[in-house]
Design a protein around this ligand. Structure first.
Ligand code: BG6
Length: 513
């Protein structure tokens, strides 16, 4: 497909001249993986793209001893490792002058007094005018206590009317409906909803945002985006990696909480939602919540027939032998935590009545790929009956979220030569070839949006709770089954046999990716 250089409205945040107000980002959990792999490299890339305000500063807070200069060195190393090749030149020198560190335990009152003092001095030195963004990149059990202390120390409110104070909360946001509600309540005691940004990094991915442009800035897809033309929808998020030393988190999470409750339900909502009246945070989030509310919650019988869970055993991924999940470092040798989950969800509304949404995700699969496939109904009647004609396949519109980002449409084409024989071909759009260049990191977009006060790509309280209302009955039903062993799949394969049987029972098959 040809590149028509009209501006993509969803990239406006990055391309326009909208620069945030001078501000400081305070990161709790500054010595953790997220800070070095994502946050600082993304902020630095924003600096390189001249999207950060003058005086922009970061205060890293963590328990380990350290100084501003150690922190700057560690972050320099992090950027060279995870910054996507960003050069460490004069821009780094100026960015690094805005990096500060404070050693402190987030449970101690003294830490908050020290933060206040340090912020006052940085704000004076760098002219950041009291605009503050708190970033909680800590384990989730620290969220509640940190928020409480920010509240009691008066750090949740701007010191002057002209300033803003916001907070970004990382996932996991609760571990079931009850804990999510409780956390929301604790945060709401201290911050107002407009100050709260619950991050889901999938929403910052360029291709995820493009889904909205694709649907709502093109006229030809909307008329067929419904039960009259769509047979079913498949959403896949496959990873080759295992749990990468995250056993303590993953053992408590599993694929359903880790990927489906947040990222995959967000993809589903963007695929299924009605056009919002405007591209404004609450208008978009209202429509997404309506989708979550329209999904039929599962009872224990539905959970048996409409869900599959499994765990990877030993196998070969990308030519390398990998151990089974239970042999991973710090995993319980009898663990029944699922590393693969598949669900069939029913969206009960006029647009989608009778169109199932199949979702699957797993670790230790053969390929890293995330895609949304709209599988259309077959032709009502086939006039080509000639010997040797292939069976007409369904048209499929596949939105490739990552890698090799793009969109492809599969349709049948006549094979050249005598007679009428046809086979499926695809028409492709690829980001890489059409636009060139590197797609920006999701965190880059999301951090910038938060500094600009735009919550469109962040989850709202009711949305998070609605997702947990769907996932919690599945968790409870799984728990009540009292499984001693969980089905296994060989690492490097597409999950357990049960996953194929589950969709084949409906007369459909998973896409081969
Ligand atoms: C995270 C999960 O939220 O998303 C990880 O905790 C998962 O387990 C990751 O690997 C996937 O993100 P991405 O951007 O690599 O698809």
């Amino acid at each position: 497909m040809e590149y028509v250089p009209t501006p993509n409205p969803l990239r406006e945040g990055l391309q326009s001249e909208r620069i945030p107000d001078p501000c400081i980002v305070v990161i709790f959990g500054a010595s953790g993986d997220l800070t070095k792999r994502k946050l600082i490299p993304s902020l630095y890339n924003l600096a390189r793209e001249r999207m950060l305000p003058a005086g922009f500063s970061v205060l890293g807070v963590a328990r380990s001893e350290g100084s501003d200069s150690n922190f700057r060195d560690a972050m320099k190393k992090a950027v060279s490792e995870f910054g996507g090749g960003a050069q460490l030149d004069a821009v780094w020198e100026s960015f690094a002058r805005g990096l500060f560190y404070l050693s402190g335990n987030s449970q101690d009152d003294s830490t908050y007094r020290n933060i206040q003092q340090k912020l006052t001095s940085i704000e004076r030195e760098r002219g950041t005018c009291g605009n503050r963004l708190w970033y909680l990149a800590t384990p989730p059990d620290a969220f509640g206590p940190i928020v409480k202390k920010l509240g009691s120390d008066g750090l949740s409110r701007p010191e002057q009317d002209s300033c803003w104070v916001r907070i970004i909360l990382e996932k996991p946001f609760g571990r079931d409906l009850e804990s999510a509600r409780q956390l929301n309540e604790e945060v709401a005691q201290v911050f107002e909803e407009h100050q709260i940004y619950r991050i889901d990094h999938y929403l910052g991915k360029e291709t995820v945002q493009n889904l909205l442009v694709f649907r709502f800035a093109n006229g030809i897809f909307e008329p067929i985006w419904n039960r009259n033309y769509v047979d079913h929808i498949q959403i896949t998020s496959a990873e080759t990696i295992g749990i990468e030393n995250r056993a303590s988190y993953y053992e408590q999470a599993g694929a359903l909480r880790d990927m489906i409750q947040n990222h995959m339900l967000q993809l589903l909502a963007l695929t299924a939602m009605e056009p919002p009246a405007t591209f404004e945070a609450n208008a978009v989030r209202d429509e997404k919540v309506k989708v979550f509310q329209a999904i039929r919650p599962m009872n224990p019988e539905d959970v048996k027939s409409s869900t599959v869970r499994a765990q990877y055993g030993p196998g070969v991924v990308s030519g390398k032998s990998v151990p089974g999940y239970r042999k991973e470092n710090r995993v319980d040798p009898n663990s029944i935590t699922e590393t693969f989950a598949a669900l069939k969800l029913i969206v009960e509304n006029w647009r989608w009545a009778g169109v199932p949404f199949y979702i699957r995700t797993g670790k230790g699969l053969p390929k890293r790929v995330t895609e949304i496939a709209i599988v259309f109904k077959r032709t009502p009647h086939l006039i080509f009956r000639q010997e040797g004609s292939a069976r007409a396949e369904s048209n499929v519109l596949a939105i490739r979220i990552q890698p090799d980002e793009g969109i492809s449409l599969k349709f049948g084409a006549k094979l050249p030569g005598a007679g009428i024989r046809f086979q499926p071909v695809t028409m492709d759009f690829r980001y890489g070839t059409s636009f060139g260049g590197r797609l920006s990191e999701a965190y880059q977009r999301l951090l910038l949006d938060c500094m600009l006060g735009d919550a469109t790509l962040y989850a709202r309280r009711d949305g998070v709770e609605a997702c947990w209302s769907l996932v919690t009955p599945i968790l409870r039903a799984w728990e009540s089954m009292g499984l001693k062993k969980i089905p296994q799949y060989e690492a490097g394969t597409w999950g357990p046999q049960e996953s194929d049987a589950f969709i084949e029972g409906d007369g459909r098959t998973w896409r081969r990716l």
